[in-house]
Design a protein around this ligand. Structure first.
Ligand code: HEM
Length: 133
């Protein structure tokens, strides 16, 4: 006899909550983005992309992009992502460095490792629109 329990229910079951909700929604993502930009701006290899720092508008955009990517009820309507990065000649190595800072943020904020790995995997999907160098 086959039984479906919480432990073996399909990952798409009705009880599943999004990663967005699991980590604490927009408030948690906002804290993560602030921590993340602190790391980015402290890294000379990446800070030079942001000579004027990173303002609240830009931070809010990133929160929304990530919130949407993580399955939240967020819809990004800011500048086109590919267009925003096109002229910047961002390399794969710089993208990797950025992703490593995000991983450091998630670790520092206590996001469980398996969840953090899934988040990094989802963000890695944006590589083709960001890397232009
Ligand atoms: C998955 C990774 C990334 C996401 C989701 C992302 C998201 C965004 C968004 C939403 C914007 C438009 C916001 C705005 O114009 O205010 C933007 C612009 C920008 N991004 Fe990214 N980005 C990513 C990776 C990177 C990387 C790796 C770099 C550099 C190392 C970078 C550098 C920039 C710069 C310099 C701008 C223009 C900022 C400005 O005009 O003030 N981004 N990004």
């Amino acid at each position: 006899m086959t039984m479906t329990t919480a432990a073996n229910a399909p990952a798409t079951g009705v009880w599943e909550i999004s990663i967005y909700e699991a980590i604490g929604g927009r408030a948690a993502l906002t804290a993560a983005v602030d921590n993340f930009y602190g790391r980015l701006l402290a890294d000379p290899e990446l800070a030079r992309f942001f000579p004027d720092g990173v303002g609240p508008r830009h931070r809010a955009y990133l929160v929304t992009v990530l919130g949407e990517a993580l399955g939240g009820r967020e819809r990004y309507r800011g500048p086109d992502l590919a267009a925003a990065h096109r002229g910047l000649s961002i390399t794969d190595a710089q993208f990797d460095r950025t992703a490593a800072h995000l991983a450091g943020t998630l670790d520092e904020l206590g996001v469980p490792r398996d969840l953090a790995d899934r988040i990094i995997g989802i963000v890695a999907g944006l590589r083709p629109v960001v890397v232009t160098g």
